[in-house]
Design a protein around this ligand. Structure first.
Ligand SMILES: *[C@@H]1O[C@H](CO)[C@@H](O)[C@H](O)[C@H]1NC(C)=O
Ligand SMILES: *[C@@H]1O[C@H](CO)[C@@H](O)[C@H](O)[C@H]1NC(C)=O
Ligand SMILES: *[C@@H]1O[C@H](CO)[C@@H](O)[C@H](O)[C@H]1NC(C)=O
Ligand SMILES: *[C@@H]1O[C@H](CO)[C@@H](O)[C@H](O)[C@H]1NC(C)=O
Ligand SMILES: *[C@@H]1O[C@H](CO)[C@@H](O)[C@H](O)[C@H]1NC(C)=O
Ligand SMILES: *[C@@H]1O[C@H](CO)[C@@H](O)[C@H](O)[C@H]1NC(C)=O
Ligand SMILES: *[C@@H]1O[C@H](CO)[C@@H](O)[C@H](O)[C@H]1NC(C)=O
Ligand SMILES: *[C@@H]1O[C@H](CO)[C@@H](O)[C@H](O)[C@H]1NC(C)=O
Ligand SMILES: *[C@@H]1O[C@H](CO)[C@@H](O)[C@H](O)[C@H]1NC(C)=O
Ligand SMILES: *[C@@H]1O[C@H](CO)[C@@H](O)[C@H](O)[C@H]1NC(C)=O
Ligand SMILES: *[C@@H]1O[C@H](CO)[C@@H](O)[C@H](O)[C@H]1NC(C)=O
Ligand SMILES: *[C@@H]1O[C@H](CO)[C@@H](O)[C@H](O)[C@H]1NC(C)=O
Length: 723
C-alpha cells in the first residue's frame, strides 16, 4: 500500500517535471498579440534608435527572448526594461495592450510626445518609469474606469510636462507609493488629494516645477509620507500646521520658494523622524527653537537665506546625527562660543552672513569629521586655536570679514591640515604683518588662498613658493611692499593672481610671463575638476563650486610698478583679464598683447605708456572692457569689431590719440576729409548698433548659460567688473 502510494507520487512528480519542461522549452512563446503590441512600439521609435533593439526584436522569434523583455512562467510579457538604450521617437499606446505588464522602464532615453494615459491607468502596471526623456504636454485629467489601479511607482521626472497637475486620477491610485514629477514645468497648485486614497503613499517629489499657491494642509493627512520635496517652485504662504501631523516624514524640503511665516518650534518637533529639513531661500522668520534638540535623527538643517534671528539654542548639541547645517544669510546673533558643538558626524557647517559674536567656538574643534566650515561675515574675534589641526578632514575654511587677529598664528596652526584646499580669510588681521618666516611647509593641498583687504604689511613671503597646488591667490587691497618675486612661476597651477591695490614696486618680472597655467590649454587640463565642498563666492551672491569656472586673470593694478610691459606677455594666451592700471609703466604697448585672444578685459589706464595703440588689438574679439585712458598715447585708434563699441572714456587723457570716438581729436582732421569721416561715422554707428545688439544678446545668453553651468571660462563679462 505504502509502496503503491510512493510509486504514484513518483509518477505524479515525473509528470509535473515533464509539464514544467514543456512550458520552459523554447517551443512555447509569447502570443502573437503581445508580439505585435511590442512591434507596434518598436515601429513608433525613430529609425535612429538603438539598432541592437531592431536586431533582437524580430518578427517570428519568441518575444520573451527579446532584449529588455521579461515574461512570466505562462509567457505573458511582464517587464519591458529599456533604460538608456538611446531610444528616440514616441511611446506607442500599444504597450497598454500587454495585459500582464507590471514593470515598464523607459528612463534615460530621448522619447518625445505625450505619455499615453493608457499606461498610467493600466490594469497591471505596478512600476512605470519614463524619467529623463523629452516627453511633453499636460497629463490628461481623466476619471479612471478601474477604481483600484495597481500602480505603485510613477516616475515622470526630468521631462517637459506642462499644465496643471491632474487631480482626479489619484482617486483610483489606491496603491501608489512613490510619485516623482520633479524637473518638469507643471503649473497650478500642488494637488491636495494626492494621498487621501493611497494608504501607503510615502514619496512625493515635485521639485523644479512651477507649482504655486499654498502648501495644501491636506498633506498632513499623509500618514505614511516619508519624503516630501517641492523645492524650486513658486509656493507661497506659511507651512500649514496640519503638515506637522505627517509624523512619518523623514525628509521635508521646500528650498527656493516664496514661503513666509514664523518657524514654529512647537510644531516642528512633532516630526521626530525628520532627517532632512530644508527651508533655504524663502522668507521665513523666527528663531531656532530650543526644541530643535528633540529632533534626534536630524542630519541636515538648511535655513539659509531667510529672515531668521536670535541666538543658537544650546540644545543643538542634542542633534547628535547632524551632518550638515546651513544658516548662511540670516540675522542670527549672539556669542556662538556658548554653544556646545560636540557633533561628531558634522561634515559641513555654514554660519556666514549673520551677526554672531565671540570667539570661534572651541567645541567646533571637537567635530572631528568636519570638512567645510564657513564663518565669514560675522563679528568673530580672537585667534584660531591650534586644536584646529585635529580636524584631519578639513578642506574648506572661510573666515572672511570678521575681526580675527594673529595671521601668523593662523598660518602656523593651519599648515598641518593636510586636506585644506580652500582658505579664505580676507578682511581680518587689521594692519598686521604677513608672516615672513622661512620654513613654513605644509599646505600641500591648498588650491585657493585669499588674504585680501586686511590691510597687511610686509613683502610677498617666500613660503608661498612652497604652495605648489595653488590655483588662486588673492592678496589685493593690502599694503604689501617689495617686488613680485621671481619664483612666482614655481606656482605651476596658478591661474588667478590678484595683487592689485598694494604698494608693490619694480619691474613686471619675465617670470610672470611664464605661468604655465595661463599659457596653454593643455596645462589647464591638469587642474583638479573636483567640486569644492562649499561654493566659493566671487561676489556675495555669485558662487562657484568649481575653480576652473573662475576667469584666468592677472590683476596688478594700483601699485607702483615701473618699466615697460614685457613683449613676452604674448605668451599668456589663456588670459581672460589683464589689469595693469594705475602704475608707473612706461614704453609702448607691445603688439603681442593682441595674441591674447581670450581677453575680455584689458585695463592699462593711468600709466605713462607712449607710442601708438597696436592696430592688431582689433583682433581681440571677446574684449568687452578696454581702458587706456590717462597715458601718453598717440596716433589712430584701431577700428573694426570691438573697437567700434568702446566709448570716449576708454581713451580720455591721451591728447594725441585720435579716432572718431574722440570728439576733440585734432590730428584726425589732418588725415581725413570731413566726408570720409562722416561716412566712417555712419558705418561705425550701424556696426555699433548691430554689434552692440548681438553682443547684448550674447551677453544675455551667456548669463543664462552661466546660471546653469558653472564651468565656462568665456562667460565672465559681467563678473569681471567686480572691482
Ligand atoms: C490593442 O488591442 C486591440 C484589440 O485587441 C486592438 O483593437 C488595438 O488596435 C490594440 N491597440 C494597439 C495600440 O495596438
Ligand atoms: C529604471 O532603470 C534605471 C536604469 O537601470 C534605474 O536606475 C531605475 O531605478 C529604474 N527604475 C525603477 C523604478 O526601478
Ligand atoms: C524614478 O523614481 C523612482 C521612485 O523614486 C525610483 O525608484 C527610480 O530609481 C527613479 N528612476 C531613476 C532613473 O532615477
Ligand atoms: C526624482 O527624480 C530626479 C531625477 O529626475 C532625481 O534626481 C530625484 O532624486 C528623484 N527623487 C526621488 C525622491 O527619488
Ligand atoms: C532635468 O531634465 C532635463 C531634461 O530631461 C535633464 O537634461 C536634466 O539633467 C534634468 N536635471 C536634473 C537636475 O535632474
Ligand atoms: C484629514 O482626514 C480627516 C478624516 O480622515 C478629515 O476629517 C480631515 O478633514 C482631513 N484633513 C485635511 C486637511 O484634509
Ligand atoms: C538634550 O539631552 C540632554 C541629555 O541627553 C537632556 O537632558 C535634554 O533634555 C535634551 N534637551 C532637549 C531639548 O532635547
Ligand atoms: C540673502 O537672502 C535674501 C533673501 O532672504 C536674498 O535676497 C539676498 O540676496 C541674500 N544675500 C546674499 C548675500 O546671499
Ligand atoms: C560639551 O559636550 C561634551 C560632550 O557631550 C561635554 O563633555 C562637555 O562638557 C560639554 N561642554 C560644555 C561647555 O558644555
Ligand atoms: C566687511 O566688514 C566691514 C567692517 O569690518 C564692513 O564695513 C563691510 O560692509 C563688510 N563687507 C561686507 C560685504 O559685508
Ligand atoms: C618649503 O618646504 C620645505 C619642506 O618641504 C622646507 O624645508 C622649506 O623651508 C620651505 N621653504 C620655505 C621658504 O618656507
Ligand atoms: C585699497 O586698499 C585699501 C586698504 O585695504 C582700501 O582702504 C582701499 O579702499 C582700496 N582701494 C580700492 C580702490 O579698492
Amino acid at each position: 500500500m505504502l509502496q503503491h502510494q510512493q510509486k504514484f507520487t513518483m509518477a505524479f512528480l515525473g509528470l509535473v517535471v515533464l509539464l514544467l519542461l514543456t512550458f520552459a522549452s523554447p517551443t512555447s512563446s509569447c502570443t502573437e498579440k503581445e508580439q505585435s503590441s511590442l512591434l507596434d512600439f518598436l515601429a513608433q521609435l525613430s529609425p535612429g534608435s538603438d539598432s541592437s533593439l531592431k536586431m533582437s526584436w524580430v518578427h517570428g522569434a519568441d518575444c520573451c527572448t527579446w532584449e529588455g523583455v521579461t515574461c512570466r512562467d505562462d509567457n505573458m510579457v511582464m517587464g519591458v526594461s529599456l533604460a538608456s538604450k538611446g531610444l528616440t521617437g514616441s511611446i506607442s499606446p500599444s504597450l497598454g495592450n500587454l495585459t500582464g505588464l507590471m514593470n515598464l522602464n523607459l528612463s534615460h532615453n530621448s522619447l518625445h510626445g505625450n505619455l499615453p494615459i493608457e499606461l498610467v491607468l493600466h490594469n497591471s502596471i505596478v512600476i512605470l518609469d519614463v524619467s529623463f526623456n523629452h516627453l511633453a504636454g499636460p497629463l490628461k485629467e481623466l476619471q479612471p474606469l478601474n477604481p483600484n489601479l495597481p500602480l505603485q511607482v510613477l516616475n515622470i521626472s526630468s521631462n517637459f510636462f506642462t499644465g496643471q497637475f491632474p487631480s482626479t486620477i489619484w482617486s483610483a491610485m489606491k496603491n501608489l507609493i512613490a510619485l516623482n514629477a520633479s524637473n518638469n514645468s507643471f503649473t497650478g497648485q500642488i494637488p491636495a488629494s494626492i494621498c487621501i486614497s493611497s494608504p501607503s503613499f510615502s514619496v512625493l517629489d515635485l521639485c523644479y516645477n512651477k507649482f504655486c499657491g499654498n502648501i495644501p494642509p491636506e498633506l498632513g493627512n499623509c500618514t505614511t509620507l516619508r519624503l516630501l520635496k517641492a523645492g524650486h517652485n513658486d509656493l507661497s504662504g506659511a507651512l500649514p500646521h496640519e503638515l506637522f501631523s505627517a509624523t512619518s516624514l523623514e525628509h521635508l524640503s521646500f528650498p527656493n520658494n516664496g514661503l513666509q511665516g514664523v518657524f514654529d518650534g512647537s510644531q516642528v518637533v512633532k516630526l521626530n523622524n525628520l532627517m532632512v529639513l530644508d527651508l533655504g531661500s524663502n522668507g521665513i522668520s523666527g528663531k531656532i527653537p530650543n526644541s530643535i534638540g528633540q529632533l534626534r535623527k536630524l542630519e541636515e538643517l538648511h535655513l539659509d537665506n531667510n529672515l531668521m534671528y536670535g541666538e543658537m539654542p544650546s540644545t543643538l548639541d542634542n542633534c547628535s546625527n547632524l551632518r550638515y547645517i546651513n544658516l548662511r544669510n540670516n540675522s542670527f546673533a549672539g556669542d556662538l562660543s556658548k554653544v556646545n558643538f560636540t557633533l561628531l558626524d558634522l561634515r559641513i557647517a555654514d554660519f556666514s552672513l549673520n551677526y554672531f559674536t565671540g570667539r570661534i567656538p572651541e567645541s567646533i574643534y571637537s567635530c572631528s569629521n568636519l570638512i567645510a566650515l564657513r564663518l565669514a561675515y560675522n563679528n568673530f574675534h580672537g585667534q584660531l586655536s591650534s586644536r584646529i589641526g585635529n580636524l584631519r578632514f578639513l578642506s574648506f575654511l572661510s573666515l572672511t570679514n570678521n575681526s580675527l587677529s594673529n595671521v601668523i598664528n593662523v598660518i602656523q596652526v593651519l599648515k598641518s591640515c593636510k586636506n585644506l584646499n580652500t582658505l579664505i580669510m580676507g578682511s581680518n588681521f587689521n594692519g598686521e604683518t604677513i608672516p615672513q618666516n622661512e620654513g613654513i611647509d605644509g599646505f600641500e593641498s591648498l588650491r585657493v588662498l585669499t588674504i585680501d583687504a586686511c590691510p597687511l604689511v610686509g613683502k610677498i613671503p617666500l613660503w608661498l613658493s612652497n604652495l605648489t597646488k595653488l590655483e588662486m591667490l588673492d592678496l589685493s587691497n593690502n599694503h604689501l611692499t617689495g617686488q613680485i618675486p621671481s619664483w612666482i612661476n614655481n606656482l605651476q597651477l596658478l591661474f588667478y593672481l590678484d595683487i592689485s591695490n598694494n604698494s608693490l614696486a619694480g619691474d613686471i618680472p619675465i617670470a610672470l610671463m611664464n605661468m604655465p597655467m595661463i599659457q596653454s590649454k593643455r596645462n589647464a587640463a591638469r587642474l583638479d575638476p573636483k567640486f569644492l565642498e562649499l561654493p566659493v563666492y566671487w561676489t556675495p551672491t555669485r558662487q562657484y563650486r568649481m575653480l576652473n569656472a573662475f576667469p584666468i586673470l592677472l590683476y596688478l593694478g594700483n601699485n607702483r610698478f615701473t618699466g615697460s610691459i614685457p613683449p613676452e606677455i604674448g605668451q599668456l594666451k589663456m588670459l581672460n583679464a589683464l589689469n595693469f592700471s594705475s602704475n608707473n609703466l612706461s614704453g609702448e604697448i607691445p603688439w603681442q598683447i593682441s595674441n591674447l585672444k581670450s581677453l575680455q578685459l584689458l585695463d592699462l589706464s593711468n600709466n605713462q605708456l607712449t607710442g601708438e595703440l597696436p592696430s592688431a588689438l582689433s583682433d581681440l574679439h571677446f574684449l568687452s572692457i578696454f581702458n587706456v585712458s590717462n597715458n601718453e598715447l598717440e596716433g589712430p585708434i584701431p577700428t573694426g569689431a570691438q573697437f567700434d563699441t568702446f566709448l570716449n572714456s576708454s581713451y580720455g587723457g591721451n591728447p594725441n590719440l585720435c579716432g572718431f570716438v574722440l570728439s576733440h581729436c585734432i590730428s584726425a582732421s589732418r588725415h581725413e576729409t570731413s566726408t570720409s569721416r562722416e561716412h566712417r561715422l555712419h558705418l561705425a554707428v550701424i556696426f555699433g548698433l548691430v554689434f552692440g545688439g548681438l553682443a547684448a544678446l550674447a551677453l544675455l545668453a551667456c548669463f543664462l548659460i552661466a546660471k546653469l553651468v558653472y564651468d565656462d571660462h568665456t562667460e565672465n563679462l559681467v563678473l569681471l567688473q567686480r572691482r
